[in-house]
Design a protein around this ligand. Structure first.
Ligand SMILES: [Mg+2]
Length: 173
């Protein structure tokens, strides 16, 4: 199993309806912290993210939150986005993504999982054979175990310079 994302993104908002259509994607399973907003952010959902989600929904793209965040944050974010959400789901274990696939009601190959962490989000998606987009984390985490994973990820990101379908964009940017 190769731990390589199908896409690498700076921001989740790069996933426009047009781009998703080109990719044949009709549903997203979204991570929350560091993917949609900075972790522990108690403020309102960023307007840019809210509008992005509304735009996708208006184009018939189905969205669900699959996150390791605490229940109150999951409920808050799901309500703010107007999408179903589950968490904490202990990614990379498969239960959250399996729930998400069921909720979206789409074939697996039309679903893209999106997240910022290699060893929870990407690994969990790959264990189920899900397509995956890796986004740059919005903020550094303060949790020791996350910092430790980030260290491993840095090494991984430096080693992985290929971008599937975009051979001209190799190397670090
Ligand atoms: Mg995250």
């Amino acid at each position: 199993m190769r731990l390589e994302p199908e896409l690498r993104l700076s921001r989740v908002t790069e996933l426009t309806p047009e781009r998703l259509s080109e990719l044949g994607v009709r549903g997203l399973l979204l991570d929350l912290d560091n993917t949609l907003l900075p972790p522990k952010d108690a403020g309102p959902l960023p307007e840019e993210v809210r509008r992005w989600a509304e735009g996708l929904k208006a184009h018939g793209i189905r969205l669900a939150l699959v996150t390791n965040a605490k229940p109150h944050r999951v409920r808050w974010a799901a309500a703010a986005l107007g999408v179903p959400g589950a968490g904490p789901v202990a990614k990379p274990l498969p239960f959250g993504f399996l729930w998400g696939l069921k909720v979206l009601g789409l074939p697996k190959d039309e679903v893209l999982a999106v997240g910022d962490q290699v060893f929870t989000d990407l690994l969990g998606a790959r264990l189920l054979g899900l397509r995956f987009a890796l986004v740059e984390p919005l903020a550094e985490d303060a949790l020791p175990h996350t910092r430790w994973l980030r260290g491993l990820e840095q090494r991984y990101r430096k080693g992985g310079n290929s971008m599937k379908g975009k051979p001209s964009e190799g190397g670090e940017t």
